[in-house]
Ligand binder design. Structure first.
Ligand SMILES: Nc1ncnc2c1ncn2[C@@H]1O[C@H](COP(=O)(O)OP(=O)(O)O)[C@@H](O)[C@H]1O
Ligand SMILES: [Mg+2]
Length: 164
């Protein structure tokens, strides 16, 4: 199954100036967890219901750190921790954030039981190990690449118009 909003049209949130290129990709480099959080918080201020973010990167890349910043930017309540032993956590807010971790599910996970579509109706869904989810092309992908101990390359890919 796939989740996401095919053909969704919603003004504003998440859309930066962009360069107008289909599937536009932007990248930047952070040099501390605080900086990664800040970048994520900036994005968090621009997301809205129906937005699906897939976080991709190895263990320790900074996926949970990113979600922590995203949550702060969205203004949702609750402490963001690694949900590795809990598939989904929902942080309440005017727009709730569902934090999903597919680490324990492996490739091609069957997500029928997760009701991600339901969560997506009301809020934002951020998925760690998002490359394991079969999602629609409307999903936003954030790839986090460790360059050294403190530096991370953050690559944003997805539907037209998304940018840092
Ligand atoms: N620039 C950076 N961005 C994010 N995390 C960083 C950065 N530099 C160092 N770190 C560290 O890397 C680790 C990332 O952990 P975490 O966010 O749990 O990763 P993941 O969820 O991808 O496994 C943390 O210990 C964090 O302090
Ligand atoms: Mg994590």
């Amino acid at each position: 199954m796939g989740v996401g909003r095919k053909g969704k049209t919603r003004d504003g949130a998440g859309r930066g100036e962009g360069n107008g290129t289909l599937g536009s990709v932007g990248q930047l480099i952070t040099t501390s967890p605080e900086e990664t959080e800040a970048v994520a918080a900036r994005l968090g201020a621009r997301v809205g219901p129906g937005d699906l973010l897939l976080l991709v990167g190895e263990l320790g890349a900074g996926k949970t750190t990113f979600v922590r910043g995203l949550a702060r930017g969205m203004g949702v309540a609750g402490q963001v921790m690694s949900p590795t032993f809990q598939l989904v956590r929902v942080y309440p807010g005017s727009v709730p954030l569902a934090h999903v971790d597919l680490y324990r599910l492996g490739q091609g996970a069957d997500l029928a039981d997760l009701d991600l579509d339901g969560l997506l109706d009301a809020g934002v869904v951020a998925v760690e190990w998002g490359d394991r989810l079969e999602a629609s092309e409307d999903a936003v992908q954030v790839v986090i690449e460790p360059l050294d101990q403190r530096r991370r390359r953050l690559i944003l890919g997805g539907p037209n118009g998304w940018s840092w």
